[in-house]
Design a protein around this ligand. Sequence first.
Ligand code: ADP
Ligand code: MG
Length: 700
Amino acid sequence: MNLLETPIEYLKGVGPQRGDLLRKELGIHKYADLLNLFPNRYIDRTRYYKINELQNSNSEVQIVGKIINIKTVEQGKGRSRLVATFVDETGQMELVWFQGQKWIRESIKINVPYVIFGKVAQFGASYNMAHPEMELLEEHKASLRSAMQPVYPSTEKLANKGISNKVINKMMQQLFVETQALFSENLPNYLLEEIKLIPKNAALFNIHFPKSQDLLAKAQFRLKFEELFFIQLQLITKNLIRKHKIKGMPFEKVGENFNNFYKNHLPFDLTNAQKRVLKEIRNDLGSNAQMNRLLQGDVGSGKTIVALMCMLLAKDNGFQSCLMAPTEILANQHFNGITELAKELNINIKILTGSTKTSDRKIIHEELENGSLDILIGTHALLEDKVQFHNLGLAIIDEQHRFGVEQRSKLWKKNDVPPHVLVMTATPIPRTLAMSLYGDLDISVIDELPPGRKPIQTVHRYDSNRLKVWKFLKDEIAKGRQVYIVYPLIQESEKMDYKDLMDGYESISRDFPLPQYSISIVHGKMKPADKDEEMRRFSEGKTNIMVATTVIEVGVNVPNASVMVIESAERFGLSQLHQLRGRVGRGAEQSYCILMTSHKLSNDSKIRMETMVRTNDGFEISEVDLKLRGPGDIMGKQQSGVLNLQIADLVKDKEILQLARHHAIKLLKDDAPMEKPEHAKLREAFIELGKKKTIWNYIS
Ligand code: ADP
Ligand code: MG
């Protein structure tokens, strides 16, 4: 057995009790886990201070001296602190502990030289240090010491039970003593040479015991590269396997419906980006492999017509297709839009949502199973087991970030042979994230808006400017435009949000009175039929103002609406703000987005407002979002597992990721099964990793 697989409690100095804590608190089960516990940061411990040199600078210092006495000081209410007097030849100070007093009192030695380390604080004329790190001077000298001292991740519980950073450090030293000879290289030599990576064992050594800043940087680079490289190998291999093993249903011909639509019924010229993307998709659909493609395109870039044309291809090849949207409003809109676009074609299109009547459902089920239904549009309702297709050839998912993992895989299973899958999203994902999360998907981007659109003008206004804003709305309405006013709705404070919305609606009704103005309202508590009715009235121009919660965030298309007012804009995330803004600017008129906030704004909120005012570019916005929130938050809980990286950071290590991806692709092109002798070690490590990490499974 590999020594590195040994349970952690067998490491000298650990034992069952500490082993248990390490498992529970840090997920360290065996030697290898400890080895891969990388420091969060490093402290420069080259300098030793004297007590008379101390200043109230709140920085960390290390001092050599002795403890000459130690006592427990009662603080009342049953609480106490432990206080030691620490001296060197220049003066004295106090060391203080609030936690773990018993353990410290028992283990501390009096009148023996220690090296202490921590932050000093001044109290009157004297200094003290709370919870210092301590090490006997003798051990300090003998230890695998380096100038850059690692600080390991820890938890309060570990600290309370005496497993300090120093203790972890000692465990690490012991681990190296026992196992260092076993660390073997897992990357091919030519790669080490080409990108100047230091060997694995040197990297591990220097990440835990850096000899210098320079070696530390090299160690970090090597380990980050390795981590990202293996992820990319996994993702790309998976993609290759899918393409080879999962036989798709080739859509061999471009037939009557597609051609007829393209030649005779296109309502406008496709943009070059739309044409390019269609070509990419057609290539996939025509090959023998199952398509798994992500279509990214900013709001308003025209993804719907691309979706329709793909579904026409399916029909031309004798297959059914479906389009799933996250909300009923959006499903309805797709249904109306697509029915309209395809009205001259002889195609059977139906919609299925939670509110479809039983009698209609029955017809849909029948037509689906006997194959006479060509295109089914709908919500989650499509995923129900009762919904069985005759031969589903293409599944399109709109706004995919709204759907969870299981939901996507359910769609896969709707056919014996998995259907081609096209995932469409209007939330641009930064390249680095796309490469890590969807590395196994092919990606198409519509990076061009239809011609004639004027960029939306965005401004930030405070609540105190409301009168002026209302005046502006009245002017726009007088020109025949329509207006959205959106209120936040988040689950946690639903009741309060609902009240805000209703209060807002009331005051808007007062400020924009009948008969001159008419107002629609749409929110989550309404019956779907009522929502649709209100949406319809607004989109037909019968009402001037749409007051709504974020139900309208996704996809709604009313070209005559030219102003988007977002109330309490500071409570929205960047991608949501961008989505909301995308509801306007869909017609030929100049459109506006007005972000209303209170005067009190956090720094992050300020950055969000400034970003929105500065740019309309979804990709730029998503980069800022990634920096503000970090990758885990952006992708949501279900998908954040993939981002539990040991050492690399998707925000900071973009270049390394790109390098890793480049080399992973190159290597797999050359030797996909990793059979060449120079890839033997790599292959071994790759297989080992595949056994452990199941995090990739969610992707499809
Ligand atoms: P999204 O990508 O946000 O789903 P849509 O498909 O809803 O965008 O398209 C937004 C609007 O742009 C629609 O009104 C659509 O008819 C229009 N549109 C799409 N493509 C073009 C084009 N090539 N030329 C002009 N208008 C277009
Ligand atoms: Mg859309």
